[in-house]
Structures are given as structure tokens and as C-alpha cells.
Design a binder for this molecule. Structure first.
Ligand SMILES: C[S@@+](CC[C@H](N)C(=O)[O-])C[C@H]1O[C@@H](n2cnc3c(N)ncnc32)[C@H](O)[C@@H]1O
Length: 399
């Protein structure tokens, strides 16, 4: 079967044409056992897409899935993984099914994809998640750990200081013989958890093509980059509007898509060509409003590939690499903040924290009455941001 193609037909039949052990990742988002026809219109209402999710009974549905999951397993490389997307309707049965086919020892995670929903009037809790089961073919599966920023509630000492267990087996911050704090290992952020807060595609999102149950590209990008390398092959046997294939091609992976609906395969091919994504505004800005850094501060920190920390007055982040065995703190001067104030803040925030060098990013020249002594005496390096160099200095009128 040719790679980088979308095939029309029942995936059970098409999968049989895929070579044994040739696929690195299978993501499948089959009908969810909702008992309804899934219908949706395009954003301009010009077209309606539909696929059927009606079954005689649960046995028929599970049997449908099982035969196809067995074929999927055969096509996976020993280093490969499968991600099966479902929801509350059948997730509990599907997990048992996957245990049967892949073996419980190859269960890796149950990912909870959570998103904000508008309330509805129904009795019971608002349903705001779907489930993605992650199984590997063998224990040799490929996996690339991803890291996220520290949560706003993380105490700076937790990031900086080494910890140990005391005589009561309690975790405490480590101190050396002189009672000084001991610096911990280099940190790159918090390893990604199994709960993913990724916004649902809103009805006006540019990415939305009007296909029922269309998933966000960003969700698939995360899965793809967790378990595949560039050039690896990603297969989606229920590809629908082609979200997985778009995410694969954007990330330089090869892909195979299959769907029983001709409209779906045509739409997938069109989307792969256009490869449009709307990065969620909410996701780019940080997930919660209490993440309080302004955009320009985040931009500067990301240029430095810094680990961002929240809620610490005077420290915005750290370099991922230690220098001279110590963490390097970064602070970005705020608009309307004088350089002297910024220096005072970073010095205060880093005092007795086991921090080594400090970097202050200068972003403006707000006037001050007295010049601060900015010499390098306590390992403070002041660097001018690009914006400051170009716009403020270059365009400042000569006096
Ligand atoms: C939940 S949708 C997939 C949505 C997709 N993940 C997206 O983001 O657009 C399920 C898809 O499975 C397809 N389908 C149903 N039975 C199938 C079968 N036996 N073989 C292949 N595709 C099938 C439907 O046509 C539908 O497009």
C-alpha cells in the first residue's frame, strides 16, 4: 500500500493491504457508539456532512472494533503505538477490548482530553472530557517525553532546591554542612501529564471544516510528536476530515488515511494540501487567566528557550542549562518599570535561593532620578531586548 495517500473503503479490508510491522503510530477515532447519525454543516452552511453511529447492540459494535484493532496490531512495528479515541459511551468496554488484543502489560496511559463546554440543563455533571487509550505494541515502544511549564502554584524553592528524605521519611529541602541550600538538578519543566486541556474547536474556528466530530490538529500534533520521529509512518483507519493526516504532514511524518465515506476522503486530501491550522488563542496565551505574564515577556523567554515560572516577582524563568553548576535566573524589565527597580527585584528574588548568574532583559529606558550601578559585580548580566535596540534606540530623537 502506498504511503502518503488517503484510501476509500472499509478499514478492515484496506488494513489487510498494509504490510506487517510497517507502521509507527495508529490513531483511531471510530464512531463512538452514540446511537445517532452524526451530522454537521460547514461554517457557511453550504454543505452537510454525515456519518452513521447506529448499531444493533453493544456486541455488534465491540465486534466491529475488535476485528479492526487486531488488524491494526499486525501492522504496527514493535516500537509502535496505538491511540484509540472514545468517550463515556463505550470507553469502559474498549479498554477491556484493548487489554485483550494488546495485553494489559502494554497499556501505557489513559489520556483525558478535557475542554470547556457551555452548560446545558441536563441532570448530572457537565460532560467535559473524552478518553484516549494509549497502548504500545511491545515494551520497546518509542517515546519522547514532553515538558510543560510549571503550574502557577509551584513554589520557586521546589524548582531550585534539591530534596531528600529526613529521618521521619519526610521529603525536605537538602542543606549542606553549613546549612546552605543545595541546588537541585537542571530542570526543563514538568513532564506532560495524562490530562490534556486543549480547547474544542469553536464553531467559528478557521480550522473547522464542518465534519462531525472533527478533532483539533493541535491534539493530534501532540500525540504524533510524543511517539514518532520525522519520516515515521502514521496511520488513521477512520480518518474523517483528515485531522491526523494534516498533523502528520505539518510535522514531516508520512501518513496513510482510510475512511468509508467518499466525502471524507476527498475532504482529507483537500485539507492536507491546504494544511491550515488555527493555533488556539487560549492555548498560545497559556491556559489560565492567572498566568499573568504579558505577551512580550513570554516571547522573550521563549527566544531564550527558558523554563517559565509563574507568580514569582523578580524571576520570570530559568535557562534550561545550569551555568557553573547553578541555575541561571531571568527577569524581563516591564514597561514603565525603571531599570533600577528591575535590578532590585531580581536581586531580591534570587537572594539565598542558590541561584548562580542572573540575566536581566532590558526592554525600555524609563527615566530614573539616579542611575543604578549596573556593573557585573554580583553576576548580573543586563542584555537589551531586540525591540529595545531597534525601536527605542534607533527611533529616539537626538537631543
Ligand atoms: C469520529 S469520525 C473521525 C473524525 C476524525 N478524527 C476527524 O478529526 O475528522 C469517524 C469516521 O469513521 C468513518 N468510518 C465509519 N466506519 C468505517 C469503516 N468501517 N471503515 C473506515 N471508516 C469508517 C466515518 O465515515 C467517519 O468519518
Amino acid at each position: 500500500m502506498q504511503i502518503n495517500n488517503v484510501y476509500l473503503g472499509d478499514c478492515l479490508i484496506k488494513l489487510k493491504k498494509v504490510e506487517d510491522k510497517s507502521i509507527d503510530l495508529i490513531y483511531l477515532d471510530p464512531p463512538f457508539f452514540t446511537g445517532k447519525a452524526q451530522i454537521q454543516k460547514t461554517r457557511d452552511n453550504s454543505k452537510e456532512y454525515l456519518f452513521d453511529d447506529k448499531w444493533e447492540d453493544l456486541d455488534q459494535y465491540l465486534n466491529f472494533l475488535k476485528t479492526r484493532i487486531i488488524e491494526c496490531k499486525r501492522t504496527l512495528k514493535d516500537t509502535g503505538s496505538i491511540f484509540l479515541h472514545c468517550d463515556k459511551n463505550a470507553s469502559h468496554y474498549i479498554r477491556v477490548l484493548l487489554d485483550e488484543v494488546f495485553g494489559p502489560e502494554n497499556f501505557v496511559n489513559e489520556i483525558i482530553w478535557t475542554y470547556k463546554r457551555w452548560s446545558n440543563a441536563k441532570k448530572g455533571l457537565l460532560n467535559a472530557h473524552q478518553n484516549i487509550f494509549f497502548y504500545s505494541k511491545t515494551k520497546k515502544y518509542q517515546f519522547f517525553t514532553q515538558f510543560t511549564d510549571y503550574s502557577p502554584t509551584t513554589n520557586i524553592d521546589q524548582i531550585l532546591q534539591a530534596r531528600e528524605r529526613n529521618e521521619h521519611n519526610k521529603t525536605v529541602y537538602k542543606k549542606d554542612a553549613n546549612g546552605e541550600v543545595v541546588t537541585g538538578k537542571e530542570k526543563v519543566g514538568v513532564p506532560l501529564s495524562d490530562v490534556w486541556d486543549i480547547p474544542y474547536l469553536n464553531p467559528k474556528a478557521e480550522e473547522r471544516v464542518g465534519y462531525p466530530t472533527q478533532k483539533p490538529v493541535i491534539l493530534l500534533e501532540r500525540i504524533i510528536t510524543l511517539v514518532t520521529n520525522e519520516g515515521d509512518v502514521v496511520l488513521d483507519p477512520f480518518c474523517g476530515s483528515g485531522t491526523t493526516l494534516v498533523a502528520a504532514s505539518i510535522n514531516k511524518r508520512q501518513y496513510i488515511g482510510i475512511d468509508i465515506s467518499e466525502e471524507a476522503t476527498q475532504l482529507s486530501k483537500k485539507r492536507i494540501k491546504e494544511a491550515k491550522i488555527t493555533k488556539s488563542h487560549r492555548l498560545e496565551k497559556g491556559l489560565d487567566s492567572y498566568l499573568n505574564k504579558e505577551d512580550y515577556v513570554r516571547e522573550i523567554l521563549s527566544q531564550l528557550d527558558a523554563v517559565i515560572v509563574e507568580r514569582n516577582k523578580g524571576i520570570d524563568g530559568f535557562l534550561k542549562k545550569h551555568i557553573d553548576g547553578k541555575p541561571v535566573a531571568i527577569y524581563v524589565q516591564r514597561k514603565n518599570q525603571s531599570l533600577a527597580d528591575a535590578i532590585t527585584l531580581i536581586r531580591k528574588a534570587t537572594h539565598s535561593k542558590g541561584v548562580g548568574k542572573k540575566i536581566l532583559i532590558r526592554t525600555n529606558d524609563v527615566a530614573v532620578l539616579f542611575d543604578e550601578d549596573t556593573s557585573d559585580k554580583d553576576d548580573l548580566l543586563i542584555i537589551e531586548s531586540l525591540d529595545f535596540q531597534v525601536f527605542e534606540k534607533f527611533t529616539r530623537p537626538l537631543v
